[in-house]
Design a protein around this ligand. Sequence first.
Ligand SMILES: O=C(O)CCC(=O)C(=O)O
Length: 330
Amino acid sequence: MGSRSALYRELKELDLIENIAELDAFGYTIIPPEKVGPPEQHENMKQAVLRVAASRKGCAIDELPQFFSKGQELMRFILWDDPIFEKVVLTPSALGLIQWLVGTDCVLSLFDSWIKGKGALGTDIHTDWAQFDMPTMPPEAFGANFNYVLTDYTKEDGALSFVPGSHRWRRWPSHEEAAYWKDKAEPVEARAGSIIIWGDHLWHGSYNKDTEGLRIMILGMYNRAHMQTQEGFRETVTDEALARNPVRFTRLMNIYHSMPSGRSGRDAERASEAPRGYNSLFDTEPAGDKFTTEGKRDLLSYDREATNAQMKAQEELAATGKTWPDLYHG
Ligand SMILES: O=C(O)CCC(=O)C(=O)O
């Protein structure tokens, strides 16, 4: 079970076992606003998204509905636009269910907002599976998504839609299937403040937005740690952001991952400082100066002393009778 038993216990404490069953049965689940955060948090997030949009578009917040009339934008890479967003990626209920899908050491791949005005077209049915050269999906998801809806979702408001159970088909829809399901998919009716979770196997899209006002949502995607992320958190995270957040945030930024390595292999000293083990969903203690962003590594230099030390360490390990699996599994 590894760290999954610790995770299961915490999900049970959060009263989310039924949500695990829904992920299994339907491929998605909706966390109600009360299990996401206090009511003022949802409104504060919405205002933060509106401030980012107004600043990026160079207009006033009250001009945005006009700006997005008939239009929409997936507004990219907003995590660093306001520190309030860092709280979202650590939301215990959402992160816990995401970890159930993609592992307790998953990393953050994407953090965007999506704004739609009246007349915006729905999104075609697709999956978020991005291994296009690997058309048959394995049983486990490689990526998991959340949509944090900051305005009420109904079909007319342009809600997200799902083909329940399609995560078991383990392939992308064809063009014909995507067209067939577009107006038959199940719309997600959810109150502002809800978080919707699903894995990257599930067929989904959204409906046209026919109502007045803006549809506002924050979305995030988490990957298994070996994968290339969609956005450059690892390259842009600061020591200050690591310090003000708990340890799990450092791992989400993936800055201690030993790949890619250069001529000297992985940096053993840095690897020994990396956070490890299970990080509780309830840990809110700031990490302080325990972790640092990655210094500039010289991948082309060969460190003779360090590589000799690695060779010696392997000989010592062999002498104890331990093998590599022992190291990975404790
Ligand atoms: O809301 C939408 O239009 C689609 C959302 C979506 O496809 C996603 O978040 O992956």
